[in-house]
Design a protein around this ligand. Structure first.
Ligand SMILES: C[S@@+](CC[C@H](N)C(=O)[O-])C[C@H]1O[C@@H](n2cnc3c(N)ncnc32)[C@H](O)[C@@H]1O
Length: 431
């Protein structure tokens, strides 16, 4: 098939089955770490940059839910424009933006392979979630985006992960042998739904069906997984080279739950593993994780920037890195984090404004941060940690704080706290 034919087939699919099938009036809840300008810029520079006035492009916005997420995750943004080749998806997106009063957001027809169809100018942040791997020429699509990225801008991408989607591709091959091939029809969708429902309870097929029970209630999602006109997955190790060919530099994967961390895979009881792991380059580390747990990541969520513009290393966190640093609590955490103590879960901002710190009980506290989505992770467990470290950091949010200065023998304890809190996410080094 020629590039034009592939684009037409993908367009026809998304016009018949606009994606994602999220009702236009559904509120956006949560936070998009990948779509956060502040986090992406922090990963690139280790400095704090707020999204005030920033211009965003959502390349392949579909029905606009992603635009809503980016708007919610970037307080004070300047404008967000979404482009897509599916006119039916754009209609839903327009309804969504209007319904939620997102007045600085707009959408228009635009093909990633034809920049003459895009809005003019450059963008501070470009987000393309689950799109480039569906285009007829992923490298050209990304190169086009790179051309429109502001010099210090960031691109947030989601590209399918090959090994994580292995089972899906096998099911698709089986469907082909059974004669159930793209393009989707109501009968073929029904066939897949019935096959998944009829999967033997102990089978791998049933495991897949159960994990996607809610998702497959929508025809659009069955089509996206089993009848796609064009879908090109990537191993994590391929990504730095791929983005380099487009003139870009890989920054890192975006924080999301405990993804891309070796700790849930190999316990600290094997220190030599962790020592060797710590000596690898970042991309080698990610590759090791992917090899040890090949089915874990169905998606690669990561940031990139212009070559030579990644001016700080995200890893590793050495004692030298922590010492002599000034810190502040991530303002996004102040806005979106919550603290649970006793049986209550209160926004962190309430802790700052309404409660008398002296009244905070000393029982174990859990801190939840939507952005990093570290479910149930206990990251503060004493009155000392909250009262003497987190609250002061929050109060000095703009100036930073020299936490280690004068701490003497408690220094090691505080270094461990920073590590435990994954300093890049919850606590930011500002100088
Ligand atoms: C899986 S959907 C993702 C939608 C949205 N990014 C999200 O995550 O909710 C892929 C979208 O990419 C669009 N798309 C595919 N190829 C495109 C191209 N060449 N130019 C612009 N959009 C394209 C499709 O029409 C579809 O709406």
């Amino acid at each position: 098939m020629s590039e034009t034919d592939v684009t037409l087939a993908v367009q026809a699919q998304y016009e018949a089955f606009p994606y994602p099938p999220v009702p236009y009036d559904q509120p956006f809840e949560g936070f998009s770490s990948l779509g956060s300008y502040t986090l992406a810029q922090y990963a690139r520079t280790r400095t704090l940059q707020e999204p005030k006035g920033a211009r965003f492009l959502v390349a392949g916005c579909g029905t606009g839910y992603e635009i809503h997420g980016i708007a919610a995750s970037n307080p004070g943004y300047g404008s967000i424009v979404g482009i897509d080749i599916s006119r039916t998806a754009l209609e839903v997106a327009k309804r969504r933006l209007k319904h939620h009063g997102l007045i600085h957001c707009s959408v228009q027809y635009g093909d990633l392979l034809d920049p003459s169809t895009w809005p003019e100018g450059s963008f501070d942040m470009i987000s393309s979630y689950g799109v480039i791997h569906h285009t007829a020429n992923p490298l050209r699509a990304l190169s086009n985006l790179a051309q429109r990225l502001a010099p210090d801008g960031v691109i947030a991408l989601m590209l399918y992960n090959r090994s994580g989607r292995w089972h899906l591709y096998r099911i698709r091959q089986a469907l082909e042998l059974l004669g159930v091939t793209p393009p989707a029809t109501p009968e073929k969708i029904q066939f897949v739904r019935q096959m998944l429902n009829a999967a033997h309870p102990n089978s791998l097929l049933a495991t897949h069906a159960n994990a996607h029970k809610e998702y497959y209630l929508y025809d659009e999602n069955i089509v996206d997984n089993f009848f796609h006109a064009n879908d090109i997955p990537f191993d994590i190790a391929e990504i730095p080279d791929f983005v380099a060919q487009a003139g870009l530099e890989f920054i890192d994967v975006a924080p999301h739950r405990d993804d891309w961390s070796a700790r849930p895979l190999v316990a600290a009881t094997h220190p030599e593993f962790h020592q060797r792991f710590g000596e690898l380059s970042r991309i080698e580390q990610l590759r090791v994780i992917e090899l040890l747990e090949p089915l874990y990541h169905t998606q690669n969520l990561f940031w990139c920037c212009h070559q030579g513009k990644k001016i700080a290393n995200w890893y590793p966190f050495t004692a030298e890195f922590f010492k002599g640093s000034r810190w502040q609590l991530n303002p996004l955490f102040v806005q979106y984090g919550s603290v649970r103590y006793l049986d209550r879960k209160v926004p962190f901002s309430d802790l700052l404004d309404k409660l008398d710190p002296a009244q905070i009980p000393t029982q174990k506290m859990d801190i939840f941060w939507q952005i990093a989505q570290i479910p149930g992770k206990v990251i503060a467990s004493s009155r000392y940690q909250v009262l003497e470290l987190l609250l002061p950091l929050a109060e000095q949010a703009r100036s930073g704080a020299e936490i280690l200065a004068g701490q003497g023998e408690r220094e090691e304890h505080i270094l461990n706290l920073f590590r435990q809190w994954e300093a890049d996410r919850l606590v930011l080094r500002v100088a």
